[in-house]
Design a protein. Structure first.
Length: 425
C-alpha cells in the first residue's frame, strides 16, 4: 500500500510538473510574467522568489500549477475598502503590498484602499491609519510584490507582461508547450526503457528466444524462424503470432515456418492451456519475440512507441463517435491509482512504462478542444487568428467557466465510476 501511494505521488507529480514547466518556460520566453510555479497544492510549506517568479512547495504532493499573469489565470484581488500594509521606499514609491493577516511587516504603513490600478497607471490611494481625513496617493513600483492572504509573495502584473499582451503565435506556443512536454517526456522514457532492456521487441514475425523444454522447443522451432501462418491464417507481425496461438488452448494446430536458411516447413503442435488474470483460457507454446539490439532501434523506439500510443488513444477516442460514448473509456485519479497498484508489482520497468504511457495520455487529453483545457485555449487562439481580433474577455471567461464546469462534472462521474469499478466489483 505504502509503495503504491509513493509511486502514485511520484508518477503523478512528474507528469504534471513536466507539463506545467512547458507552460512556464515558453511563457518566460514570450515575456509573460509567471507569478508562481507551484509543486503540490494546498497550504504553502516553502517559497523562493527569483526573476519575478515565486517558486512554492505546497503540502499536498500531487501535481502542481503555473500562474501566468493575465486573463484566465488566478489574480490577486485588492478591492476598495480593504486594509493593507504598504512598504514604501525612500523615493516614496510602494515596493510591497501586504494583504495577509498572517504576515506582519514592521516597516509597513497601514492603509484603507480607496482606489488602485496595478496594471496601467500603477498607483494606490487611500486613507492612512490615524489620518482618515486626508486621501493620499502613492505610485507603485513595476516590480512591486503583493503578499497574498496565505503569505505567498507574488509580483504585480502590469498590462504589458500579461498573457493577452503577448503576440498570438507566442500565446499559442505557450498553450501548446504543456502537452508538448508530455510527449517529449514519453519519448525520453521509452528511449531509456529500450536501453534498459538491451533492445526493442521486433514487430516482425520472427521468433526470439525459445524457452527450454517448452512445446515450441519440442516441436523443433528455433530462434530466428519466421512464422508465416498460424492455423491457416497469415501472420506478418509478432503480435499476430501471439494472438493467433492464444486462440487455441489445448488444440492441435499447424504453423507454417520459414527458417533462417529460407527453408519452409509445417510444424504441428498443441499449445498449452493457461489461465490469465481475468480467468480466460489461452494457448501458450513458450516463445518470445525477437529483439532488435541495434543503437538505431533503441533511439528510434522512443519516437515509434510514443506514436504507437498516440494512435491507440486517438482510436479509442474516435470510437466514441462510431460505437457511442461510454464512461468506461475514461479513467481518473482513482483509476490511475488502481492501475498503479498493479503496475508496481511488475517492478521498476513496469512503472517506467506506465509513466511514459500516462504522459502521452495527459498530452492527448489536454489537446482536446474543450474550454479550460490547453486544446480549448488553442481553439480560441485559432478563432482569434481567423477573426483577426481577440474574443471579448467576458465572453471568453464565460466559455472557459462553462467548459470548466462540464469538465468537473465529467471528472466527478469518472471518479465515481472508477470507485465502483475497482473497489465494489
Amino acid at each position: 500500500m505504502i509503495t503504491t501511494i509513493i509511486t502514485f505521488i511520484i508518477v503523478f507529480s512528474i507528469l504534471v510538473v513536466v507539463h506545467e514547466f512547458g507552460h512556464y518556460y515558453f511563457a518566460k520566453k514570450s515575456g509573460i510574467l509567471v507569478r508562481e510555479f507551484a509543486i503540490g497544492f494546498g497550504p504553502k510549506i516553502f517559497s523562493y522568489r527569483k526573476n519575478g517568479t515565486t517558486y512554492t512547495l505546497r503540502i499536498l504532493p500531487i501535481g502542481g500549477y503555473v500562474r501566468m499573469a493575465g486573463f484566465g489565470e488566478e489574480e490577486t484581488e485588492i478591492k476598495p475598502g480593504m486594509p493593507v500594509g504598504l512598504v514604501i521606499n525612500s523615493d516614496n514609491i510602494i515596493t510591497t503590498i501586504n494583504t495577509s493577516k498572517k504576515t506582519h511587516l514592521l516597516n509597513a504603513v497601514p492603509m484603507e484602499v480607496v482606489a488602485l490600478d496595478l496594471e496601467k497607471e500603477l498607483f494606490i490611494e487611500g486613507y492612512l491609519a490615524g489620518n482618515e481625513d486626508e486621501l493620499v496617493r502613492y505610485s507603485v513600483l513595476r516590480e512591486a510584490t503583493v503578499i497574498e492572504e496565505d503569505g505567498t509573495e507574488v509580483q504585480i502584473a502590469p498590462i504589458d507582461v500579461q498573457f493577452q499582451s503577448a503576440s498570438l503565435p507566442k500565446r499559442m506556443m505557450t498553450n501548446f508547450a504543456g502537452p508538448m512536454n508530455n510527449f517529449i517526456l514519453a519519448i525520453i522514457a521509452f528511449t531509456i526503457m529500450a536501453f534498459m532492456q538491451g533492445g526493442v521487441v521486433s514487430h516482425e514475425n520472427q521468433l526470439g528466444e525459445i524457452m527450454p523444454n517448452s512445446i515450441a522447443a519440442k516441436a523443433g522451432l528455433k530462434e530466428g524462424d519466421k512464422v508465416l501462418e498460424v492455423a491457416g491464417k497469415k501472420t506478418t507481425t509478432w503480435v499476430e503470432i501471439a494472438q493467433e496461438i492464444q486462440k487455441y488452448p489445448a488444440k492441435k494446430i499447424n504453423l507454417k515456418v520459414e527458417s533462417e536458411k529460407g527453408e519452409t516447413k509445417v510444424i504441428s503442435l498443441t499449445p498449452e492451456k493457461q489461465d490469465t488474470k481475468d480467468g480466460k483460457k489461452v494457448g501458450m507454446i513458450g516463445i518470445k519475440a525477437a529483439m532488435d539490439t541495434s543503437f538505431t532501434a533503441k533511439i528510434s523506439y522512443g519516437f515509434t512507441q510514443t506514436w504507437f500510443v498516440i494512435v491507440q488513444i486517438l482510436t479509442i477516442l474516435g470510437s466514441m463517435f462510431t460505437k457511442g460514448f461510454s464512461i468506461n473509456m475514461f479513467s481518473g485519479p482513482v483509476g490511475i491509482y488502481a492501475t498503479t497498484q498493479q503496475v508496481v508489482q511488475t517492478g521498476f520497468y513496469g512503472v517506467f512504462n506506465w509513466l511514459a504511457f500516462l504522459s502521452v495520455n495527459l498530452g492527448i487529453v489536454n489537446l482536446l478542444p474543450i474550454p479550460a483545457l490547453d486544446g480549448g485555449k488553442l481553439l480560441l487562439n485559432i478563432i482569434e487568428g481567423i477573426r483577426r481580433k481577440p474574443l471579448d474577455p467576458e465572453k471568453e471567461g464565460i466559455i472557459t467557466m462553462v467548459g470548466f464546469g462540464l469538465l468537473m462534472l465529467l471528472m466527478v462521474l469518472v471518479t465515481w465510476n472508477d470507485i465502483q469499478r475497482y473497489f465494489f466489483n
